[in-house]
Design a protein around this ligand. Sequence first.
Ligand SMILES: [Zn+2]
Ligand SMILES: [Zn+2]
Length: 737
Amino acid sequence: MKICKTYEIEGIVQGVGFRPFVFMLAKKYLLNGFVYNRSVGVYAEVEGEEELISKFEFELQNHPPVLAHIDKITQKTVPLQNFTDFKILKSKASFSKNTPISPDISLCPDCLREMRDKNNRRFGYVLINCTNCGPRYSIIKTVPYDRINTSMSVFEMCEECRAEYNDPSNRRYHAQPISCPKCGPKITFTDIRGGFKTDTEPLEKLAKAIKSGKITALKGLGGFHIICDASNESTVKLLREKKRRPAKPFAILMASLEMAKEYCDITECEQEALLSREKPIVLVKKRNALNDIIAPHTDRLGIFLPYTGLLVGICELVGRPLIATSANISGEPIITTAKEIENKLGGIVDAYVDFDREIINFCDDSVVQFAGKNSIFLRLSRGYAPKSFKTSYECKEKILALGAHQKSTIAVFNDTNITISPYIGDLESIKSIEMFERTIDTFRRFYDFNPSLLVCDKHPHYASVMWAKRQNMPIIEVQHHYAHILSIMFEHDIKDEVLGISWDGTGFGDDKTIWGGEFFLCDLKHYKRVYSFKPFKLLGGDGSIKNIDRIAFSILYPAKDNAVAAAFLDNFSKEQKYLLEQSYKKDINALLCSSVGRLFDAAAAIILKQKSVTYDGESGLYLEALYDKSVQDRYAVVIDKNGMVEYIHWFLGMLEDEPKVAASKFINTLAALTVHIAKKQRKKVVLGGGVFQNRTLVEKIAELLEKEHIEFFLAKSISPNDSSIALGQITYALNNL
Ligand SMILES: [Zn+2]
Ligand SMILES: [Zn+2]
């Protein structure tokens, strides 16, 4: 019997070859009708034999194109329309723009094959892409996702490309960034020092510069990379000096998995992530670190595989591991134009390769590591973000959440979707704040979105909070550490009361002190701080957190009568000691603080005799490198009658223990503490906040909680750090309106 059905398909279904997929399916099952893109997804009407329609439906649901992600299919049987063929119709824009935007996707195997095929017309064409790969988010100005709305609109397709674009059986059918050497963007090489620019053999020239020890830049999907030879120690040293980046590890671009395995030990999970379509930077165990200055004092190395034709090309030409780090000024967003490379990094970069396809939306590389099988995202960006969640919340408000201050992201709620932006950066420079505002504008445009409600942090000095307050709109403020827990409750769809363990660097507490070592009993509406770390004085205030020896001073000062503590305090110069003492005794510039992130700093100051840190998470990385699994010992877990965790005795112990033993005992103690409190509460445990980026700590906690059969939840597809605060803020708003 003949029937007719309509399908409304929602999710990531645009720009991923969905319409040709429906077209080919309809042809396969001899069905007539039509399909088109509309602003809420894809719409199709299909008519034919009932039995064939059900086969069509099965494939539609179960074998969509690789990049598609179906959230929802609404279907209806309607009267017969007597269609005579199957057509792909023009996009229709309707009122609500709500189609998730696809992130940028790494070069697919088919395109790589064509790029290497001498007989293919795209042989050697490094900007090659298709329906399954290439730029998306980074080139889109607005929706619907059609070429006219992207930065490819200025390139007129040649006849051959147009024929492919219009042929539903071609794998580039409606691939919006389609191009070829004839009609696509032009690649150029610029020698800044020599003062010339050329479009002949640009990559070959860049490779030559890299091999001769030059520092170069290369345009990618969402921004430029700084690239140089990782095996050339003096070049790496020079890069560190010029970039004023003394210690923060550099990511290494490996030409292949085989090359990566020459230098690193790679687990199965890590290998899977390296080879995945998203191609993030993966932190792995280094075996032969090329040279020590790439990632000093840590046993991990961030590596990734080439994910664009350009990166494949440069890897093949140079044939060595390359440093490939985001081109930016420290803390600022990634640079997207050649002009900025010249203006801001002209003193660092000798030469660069550019092409004239504009980057509309910047997007940094994503970074992930694994604690056993648990993924820990350190940065959720290219390949993953914008990240959309279909929710069951029905809410008329259009909500904009402004996130935190460091590792800024924003999130929006529109209709039933929550979308998180790619990583923006730390909102500490004018440029970062500008990019923060630009991201808000981009999201407004993408989703035709005019917020009716803002959600922000409680910290009065966060740039995101100050921005929110300038808008003269209804605002909800959410406590920072509670938002950490909420983001993970949202991710795992947890609705009942949990023990939320929220440990991070710093965040504004309800009592106006700095929190960061909190134990909450909380659900989606309320939280109660049941335990916390006993606050210590952060001498010099928030601004002094780089000087980690001062944190150790402040923690040990109350034990100054202890001989070991006194010896440590005597390491400070007379003058310094006097100033710190005054600050401590008179509470001058001495904020109270319960942050576990800062305890890691103090531990690093004591164990490694280190005075300062230069990047976020540095102390944790160093302590992890010292961690010794054979040390089972720990310091005592002591909680006072007010629910405050005591720890001075840990630090006194660290002064006497060997570095390896001290670092291991410190991490073991933190893990034992979580289990101690989890056993008392007997609730699901949710662990959130930047401290849970620490792989070793997470592994140890997981091991202990599993032993006790206590159910626990970690951030899985989002990051535990401040970049997920925006998601937690939206979760709060949706549950408390
Ligand atoms: Zn492709
Ligand atoms: Zn062409």
